[in-house]
Structure formats: C-alpha cells, structure tokens
Design a protein around this ligand. Structure first.
Ligand code: E4P
Length: 217
C-alpha cells in the first residue's frame, strides 16, 4: 500500500520524505489555510519534496471554471494531481483532464455509487473519507471494502485512496480491505512505528549489550 501524507506543512513533509516511506502528498483548502501560506507557492515547494503525486484542489464549482483552475495548477509542476469534488461538474472535469493524460483525485466520496461514477470518469484516485463517516456512526471501512469489490468486479484501474484517516487502526484496516493508497496525517504515520514492547525490548537489549563491554565498530 502506498502512503501519502495528508498535510500542507512542508517541514512535516520534509521530515517524513527523508524516511523513504512517502509516495505522495494530499492537500485540501482546510490544510492550506492551516499552513498560513500562499496556495501555489506551498504546492510548488511540496512538489519539490516528493516525486509522487501532490493533490491540489480546485475551488470552482462549474466544469469550465474547474478546468481553468486545473490548467493553472498544472503549470506548477509535473507531479501535480488535480483534486476535484465528487459532483457532476467535478466528474465532467475529471473525464476531460484524464482524457488529456493528467492525474485526478476525486475527493469527498461517501458512497460506493459515487466511487463507481469516479471510476467511469477515469479518475486516477478516488478518496473515500473514512473518518467523517465514522463520525456519523457509519462504518467508513465498509465503504472501502465495497469499492474494492466493485472495482475488482469490473477491472477499474482507479486507485482507492483511503482518506480522512484518524488512527493507526484506520491504516491497518484500509490495508486489510485492499486500499491502494492511504493518505495519513503526519502524527498518525509517526505513531505507526511505535510499540511499548519495542521500546522495552530495545532498552533491555542495550542494557545487556553494555554488560558485554564490547563495541561493534
Ligand atoms: C484528503 O485528501 C482529505 O482531504 C483529508 O484526508 C480529509 O481529512 P479530514 O476528514 O480529517 O479533514
């Protein structure tokens, strides 16, 4: 499973990119406002930190205006992936952009039928929002499972990008359900490596090693 980092904080992206574990980045208008930075400037900097897709979201609501914004964003770097909302206008823009060979991430997906439409529109990625469904007491993971079945039934190549991930358990469950990608907040990515028994075991090994009086180098 590929890991995208879900942030517009370039310091966090730089730190995580250095691990070699990051395959791309997703942003949205809320993450841009949180960064406090100019949209195009921050997208350009992120595109220099990763070779993978960097999702940049349009804000227009009508197809033609979405396409005009997309053309502007595509000038920033080769790895810009245009993020479009799951509306009829967004799907029309998706079809036009993917027909031209551009990457598109269709966002704000909350149903399997929406995901089916995005695949038919040629989306590169579909972003089902797990956490926001869980917030409403609807099982977000069931949506990932349903989309996996539908895409496999018809051989759709659209990648399932599990989004709105809040916990390490969401990452594990997305992987088990066959999501192709998970976009994960930096804090959750860092938490994946942690286990108290790892810390305890390491401490014991180092204490015993010290007793040997030896050194590897
Ligand atoms: C990513 O593409 C989404 O914009 C993001 O995962 C949304 O997460 P949230 O529901 O925590 O805002």
């Amino acid at each position: 499973m590929k890991f995208f980092v879900d942030t517009a904080d370039t310091n966090e992206i730089r730190e995580l990119a250095a691990t070699g574990l990051i395959d791309g980045v997703t942003t949205n208008p809320s993450l841009i406002v949180k960064s406090g930075r100019d949209f195009k400037e921050v997208i350009k900097e992120i595109c220099e930190l990763t070779d993978g897709p960097v999702s940049a979201e349009v804000t227009a609501l009508e197809t033609d205006a979405m396409l005009a914004e997309a053309q502007e964003l595509l000038k920033i770097a080769k790895n810009v992936c245009i993020k479009l909302p799951l509306t009829i206008d967004g799907l029309k823009a998706c079809k036009a952009l993917t027909d031209e060979g551009h990457m598109v991430n269709v966002t704000l997906c909350f149903s399997a039928n929406q995901a089916l439409l995005a695949a038919k529109a040629g989306a590169t990625f579909i972003s089902p929002f797990i956490g926001r469904l869980d917030d409403m007491n609807i099982d977000g993971m069931e949506l990932i499972e349903d989309i996996r079945i539908i895409y496999d039934n018809y051989g759709f190549e659209t990648e399932i990008l599990a989004a709105s991930i809040r916990t390490a358990n969401h990452v594990k469950q997305s992987a088990m359900a066959g999501a192709d990608v998970a976009t994960i907040p930096p804090s959750v990515i860092k938490g994946l490596a942690k286990h108290p028994l790892t810390d305890k075991g390491l401490e014991a090994f180092l204490a015993d090693w010290a007793k040997t009086g030896q050194s590897i180098l």
